[in-house]
Design a protein around this ligand. Structure first.
Ligand SMILES: Nc1ncnc2c1ncn2[C@@H]1O[C@H](COP(=O)(O)OP(=O)(O)OP(=O)(O)O)[C@@H](O)[C@H]1O
Length: 275
């Protein structure tokens, strides 16, 4: 849980990003504190990874400001990291490439993440779930103040997802770090998360999963991802009040900006029936 005196690790203010005719990020404000787990959710293409890249300092937005705590160490687990098949690289060898990595720490993290058996495996032969864990170990090796995970359960089976959801709050408690997850997968939201930020161009809403309650509007945005809570209790769906509708480019319907028609995304959005 976030302590009252928790320090802000990173803060984004008034972030705007336009690509072509798409105003992908619209005036985004966001702050993440130490000991806090924040999940950013939103449909495909709503700008989650773009926002993340801006937070990480990998991309400068059209406007807005990102402030990081002095000396902030960020451990980043990317959505995809492909290693050339021709490169002979074991898991340990790969982890030793992390900045400042020491053998003893690598072994500790392999053990902590229950992947010691993979130490000598070539990285190219790992399953999706194993590779995600190795990427997590790599992000943890820099002893981060802020852990940034871009869709960490991609390619991971349900059991692996459960384990990761269980692990994240444990890591937060052990390291005292902030964690931000980025996902379009509704399931992730039910990982022990302190705060959910729903992004769809702008911040549609944010709050504790319990504070943002069931609504028809939310189901029309994410309903296709719902899981049955009785079957997978940890994955019971998150819902929120969605008190406005979106036009095809993500702007709020009726707003000044909502007269763009994006011919490509228009068809996709209609298909998804999101509002
Ligand atoms: N460097 C770029 N140049 C042009 N367009 C970009 C660039 N980066 C992202 N986009 C566009 O911005 C939109 C948002 O992309 P982004 O990857 O941030 O979305 P996302 O929410 O992470 O999507 P997903 O859930 O599918 O991973 C997409 O339409 C994408 O094509």
């Amino acid at each position: 849980m976030v302590k009252a005196e928790a320090e802000i690790l990173i803060q984004a203010q008034g972030i705007n990003q336009t690509w072509g005719s798409r105003h992908v990020l619209q005036n985004i404000d966001l702050a993440i504190s130490e000991n806090e787990i924040v999940t950013i959710i939103g449909p495909n293409g709503c700008g989650k990874s773009s926002l993340l890249r801006i937070l990480l300092g990998l991309h400068t937005p059209d406007s807005g400001k990102v402030t990081r705590r002095k000396g902030l160490r960020i451990g980043y687990m990317p959505q995809n990291l492909r290693i050339d098949d021709r490169l002979p690289l074991s898991v340990t060898g790969f982890l030793m490439l992390a900045p400042g990595a020491r053998k003893a720490r690598v072994q500790e993290w392999l053990e902590r993440l229950s992947i010691t058996a993979l130490a000598t495996q070539p990285v190219q032969r790992l399953s999706g779930g194993e590779w995600q864990r190795v990427l997590l170990a790599r992000a943890l090796l820099i002893e981060p103040h802020l852990l940034v995970l871009d869709e960490p359960v991609q390619g991971v089976d349900i059991q692996g997802q459960r384990e990761l959801y269980k692990l994240l709050p444990e890591l937060r408690n052990e390291l005292g770090c902030g964690i931000v997850l980025v996902s379009h997968d509704l399931h992730l939201v039910m990982a022990a998360t302190d705060r959910v930020i729903c992004l769809n161009g702008h911040v549609c809403c944010s709050g504790h999963p319990d504070q943002v309650s069931i609504s028809d509007e939310y189901n029309s945005l994410f309903g296709h991802q719902l899981v049955v809570p009785e079957i997978v209790p940890e994955l019971a769906h998150y819902t929120h009040h969605h008190d406005h509708k979106h036009c095809v480019d993500g702007h709020v319907e009726g707003s000044e900006e909502c007269d763009h028609v994006d011919p490509v995304n228009s068809a996709v959005n209609k298909e998804r029936k999101h509002d």
